[in-house]
Design a protein. Structure first.
Length: 341
């Protein structure tokens, strides 16, 4: 029985080896390729691909600062034996700054507006403050280590509403009467860390505008007044502008003197080369901000002006008599709300 099994295994092994080792002739297969036409069906569905482009983030060279505020003062009396007059006053103010800085150049723009009114018992509403001031300065320096810039400066000042020498109802100033423009070139020292700015210009053109003809005929603010004949008839109207060329120095400085008390000083000195050189026009503001919190602030300040072209007037026996120039002084004390954005 075992012999039969071995014989069968030997037969299968022999058959397998012969099957793998034998050569089998193969006939080459020839494939003929013929072009055929295949219909292509294009779908009618329209596919729209939306590609969203995201702009790369670019750091801006502009610094923007906006401050608006409202100050209010009020005092009221009722059966007050010591006497007194009830009054209320309000002041709206705003400071808007735009600064463009590069490594070697700086462009500074500032707009300051203020308008305040006061109401006392027995009197109509009276203006207490009024100012529109715009300053633009462009400077270029040779290298980044220097704080000195070759600069050009433009300054514009005017007011919103009519001004009066109370109780006289005749307006002594109006919008663009006066208005002052300064345009000049010079050198500016700017220290950002110390918040110190000093500008000196040997060549600045000052232009005084009095666009109200009535005030221009009076020769207000230094313009050439009108010419009348002996009978009082107008011959020539007064000039509505006056141009001067002179020397300008400005300075601004801001510092926290103690915690939550900041001092700000602004000074402008101008002298005309042609008319009374050495006679200096002064515009000086000194202000202290007492910060209560982010929104509440008190301020104390003074504003001094001296301009030889601005003549004062005094009423004598019901008649306005022109006087010489005098130092103008304004004191400010207010508490109010401020908002920065």
């Amino acid at each position: 029985m075992k012999l039969l099994q071995y014989s069968l295994l030997l037969f299968l092994l022999t058959l397998s080896l012969n099957g793998f080792s034998q050569e089998t002739p193969t006939t080459p297969l020839t494939v003929e390729l013929k072009p055929i036409t295949v219909p292509i069906i294009v779908p009618t569905t329209l596919v729209i691909a939306k590609i969203q482009y995201r702009k790369p983030l670019i750091s801006s060279h502009w610094i923007r600062k906006n401050i608006v505020g409202f100050d209010m003062n009020e005092i009221s009396f009722s059966n007050w034996n010591a006497g007194g007059v009830s009054s209320i006053s309000g002041l709206i103010k705003g400071e808007f700054t735009r600064i463009h800085t590069l490594e070697k150049s700086k462009w500074f723009n500032e707009l300051i507006i203020r308008y305040g009114v006061n109401k006392q018992d027995g009197y109509a509403v009276r203006k207490s403050d009024d100012a529109i001031r715009f300053t633009s300065t462009f400077g270029y320096r040779k290298d980044t280590l220097s704080n000195w810039y070759h600069s050009a400066k433009f300054n514009f000042n005017t007011q919103f509403a009519n001004g009066y020498n109370y109780p006289n109802p005749t307006a002594i100033s109006k919008l663009f009467a006066p208005a002052y423009t300064f345009l000049g070139i010079g050198a500016e020292y700017f220290d950002k860390k110390k918040k110190l700015n000093f500008y000196i210009s040997p060549l600045t053109m000052k232009n005084t505008l009095v666009l109200d003809q009535t005030l221009a005929n009076q020769g207000a603010f230094g313009v050439t007044k009108a010419v009348y004949d002996l009978a009082g008839n107008l011959i020539y109207e007064g000039a509505r502008s006056k141009t001067e060329l002179g020397f300008l120095v400005t300075n601004s400085y801001k510092k926290e003197v103690v915690k939550n008390i900041t001092m700000e000083n602004r000074l402008s000195l101008y002298s005309d080369y042609i008319n009374k050189f050495g006679n200096i026009d002064v515009d000086w503001e000194l202000k202290f901000d007492l910060i209560v919190n982010q929104y509440v602030k008190a301020n104390i300040g003074t504003h001094l002006i001296y301009d030889d072209d601005i003549k004062t007037a005094k009423e004598i026996n019901g008649i306005q008599v022109a006087m010489g120039p005098k130092v103008q002084l304004k004191q400010i004390l207010g508490v109010g709300l401020t908002y920065n954005f």
